[in-house]
Write a protein that binds this ligand. Sequence first.
Ligand code: SAM
Length: 147
Amino acid sequence: MFKQSTRNLRVKLACLPMQILAPKLYLDVQYMIGLDNDESVTDVPRPSIKWIKQKYNTADFVGVEVGVHMGLNAESIIQMLNPKMFCAVDIKVFDEARKRLPKTVKFIEKSSVEAAKSFADKSLDFVYIDAAHDYLHVKEDLAAWYP
Ligand SMILES: C[S@@+](CC[C@H](N)C(=O)[O-])C[C@H]1O[C@@H](n2cnc3c(N)ncnc32)[C@H](O)[C@@H]1O
């Protein structure tokens, strides 16, 4: 629908009220989503993961990726953050992901919304949501995973 090349401009315009009303929050968002660099959103490590590492430098992360596919981003998250517990949620767990990721990873083969019920509120440090990308599913996922 939109060209990727105009993505940064569109996001910046959408974030203008935040930039004026909450400049510190805007700086975090800008870094997290890689607004002022040339990274593609598909490159790993992802800007949001680098942001977590920089902001919360701890070895005690407990996290989940929702939508793992072949495990490329999950692998990068594990390399960057070295979480003490990492769960990989996908409605269909691919063999490639099982082979790629360390044996300590817990795979949950369920829909995002069903899998979210397995976790108590505030038991996770981060949830990387990258499952179905349409508006309704993303909205549903945010509601399911937000504590
Ligand atoms: C864009 S791919 C994930 C890519 C991966 N995060 C990466 O960057 O390497 C989306 C994945 O979400 C899964 N998926 C789609 N809808 C889902 C749902 N409702 N619940 C759980 N997983 C879902 C698909 O099976 C697919 O593997």
